[in-house]
Design a protein around this ligand. Structure first.
Ligand SMILES: Cc1cc2nc3c(=O)[nH]c(=O)nc-3n(C[C@H](O)[C@H](O)[C@H](O)COP(=O)(O)OP(=O)(O)OC[C@H]3O[C@@H](n4cnc5c(N)ncnc54)[C@H](O)[C@@H]3O)c2cc1C
Length: 412
């Protein structure tokens, strides 16, 4: 039997479900195919589960340091199995809520693997669905490194690591991108011995150079050992051989070396959204792409914020200092310790760095509690071409971390 829809969407991650919900809200008929779980990587194996575990880790870390604010927490311990169960319940709750929204929006869900037959036809479970528009939002999967192929026991992917039910004594994390950074700080907070190996000359290579340098300091304070310009070459008998000649024997290895787009038929006239495009692999980018397509609301692809969660948060937008010509820009650097709120919170690690040119902000790099929220304020100014002079007219609340942005403006 042939069934007809306005939209046929393959993949129910952020790109797929956003497109589905927005198209359905416009009164269009939508069928969405998902071979695994509704919510995609973001909800089931990415953004949400990691942040749920991170919250427990941060709380544990904060309680260990509670003496600094005269609270005594003695005999602290972690029931990691329960932490994982809590994470699962968060994911399930959000998945159910998303499934309900899709149902209420009359999106037809097919729990099956789909195949694009032509620009207007999708095949699933032997049935053909004709769709005026087809969206392929099939996502991406962890990159496999030669010599460090995942085995699910010793060499783990970001999917496998979520299945651990006990904390390891030690972990080697290969790659210091956002995923590696997040897990390094999660495990360090849980008092696991963490070592990070990064092939580039800087940690978190996508970040501004001063952010990378600050991470080294933060890692030291958290007793995270870091190797830069070093490659984990191979594993033999649970021993990891590094390019510098050292051999490490961690209890487990997490390989977090990027993600590769999933395979999907390439058909002209089909729209590809989200991680499958392989450019910016972030949930909010996927969501904005979907909104742009369905609602016709454009967005500036050069202004997509990056956030690395953990204590402290790291966030940035726009140009990095290392890509600017010397003398062609102005720079302000404000230490978070200059802000009253940071001392109240016992969270004075970090800085707010803003780069400007011709009275306009061209980049911002923040290492601070609440960096994820602050970067959004700067992004709104940048996208709307609000000058540094005009921003000075804005009244920032006190005491906040945001007032650090206000103070920074006077140094530009
Ligand atoms: C550990 C981790 C942490 C992350 N943290 C963040 C974060 O904090 N912030 C952020 O912005 N991003 C984060 N990301 C990235 C984010 O998860 C992705 O950018 C986002 O999920 C991409 O959405 P998507 O819709 O393109 O694809 P996905 O979420 O990957 O969804 C694609 C879906 O398509 C399905 N599918 C594939 N092929 C078929 C087929 N043939 N038929 C039916 N179904 C199919 C898959 O099963 C999958 O469910 C994280 C990723 C990881 C791994």
């Amino acid at each position: 039997m042939v069934q007809s829809f306005d939209f046929g969407i393959i993949g129910a991650g952020p790109a797929g479900y956003t497109a589905a919900l927005h198209a359905a809200a416009k009164g269009m008929s939508v069928v969405m195919f998902e071979k695994d779980c509704i919510g995609g990587v973001c909800l089931n194996r990415g953004c949400i589960p990691t942040k749920a575990i991170l919250h427990s880790a941060e709380l544990f870390e904060e309680m260990q340091n509670a003496q600094a604010v005269d609270i005594r927490c003695e005999n602290l311990s972690v029931d990691y199995k329960a932490v994982v169960e809590h994470k699962n319940s968060v994911v399930e709750r959000l998945r159910k809520s998303l499934e309900l929204s899709l149902k209420n929006g009359s999106v037809v869900i097919r729990n099956s693997k789909a195949k694009i037959k032509s620009r207007t036809e999708i095949e699933a479970d032997g049935e053909i669905y004709t769709c005026k528009n087809i969206i392929a939002a099939c996502g991406a999967s962890p990159r496999v490194l030669k010599g460090l192929e995942f085995d699910g026991e010793f060499i783990l992917s970001s999917d496998d690591i979520l299945k651990l039910e006990t904390l390891p004594e030690s972990i080697l994390i290969v790659g210091s991108g956002a995923i590696g950074m997040e897990w390094a700080r999660i495990f360090a907070a849980f008092r696991v011995h963490v070592t990070v190996v990064e092939a580039s000359e800087n940690l978190l290579p996508a970040a501004d150079i001063e952010v990378s340098k600050r991470i080294e300091r933060i890692f030291k304070s958290k007793k995270i050992r870091a190797y830069k310009s070093t490659v984990a070459e191979k594993v033999i008998d649970r021993k990891v051989y590094l390019s510098n000649g050292e051999v490490l024997t961690p209890e487990v290895v997490l390989v977090a070396a990027g993600r590769v787009p999933n395979s999907c038929e390439k058909v002209e006239g089909v729209t590809y959204l989200g991680d499958i495009c392989g450019s910016i692999q972030l949930a909010h980018f996927a969501i904005k792409q979907a909104v742009e397509l369905v609602d016709g609301i454009p967005f500036d692809k050069t202004l997509v914020p990056s956030v690395v969660y953990g204590n402290p948060e790291i966030a940035w937008i726009g140009k990095r200092e290392q890509e600017l010509e010397e003398g062609s820009y102005k720079k302000s650097m404000l230490l978070v310790s200059a802000l009253g709120k940071s001392h109240c919170d016992n969270a004075s690690e970090g800085f707010i760095k803003i780069l400007s040119k011709d009275d306009k902000i061209i980049g911002a790099h923040i290492v601070s509690k609440e960096a994820s929220a602050m970067i959004q304020e700067i992004l709104i100014a940048m996208q709307n071409n609000i000058s540094v002079s005009r921003l000075k007219e804005i009244c920032f609340a006190h005491p906040t971390y945001s007032e650090g942005i206000f103070e920074s403006l006077f140094k530009l």
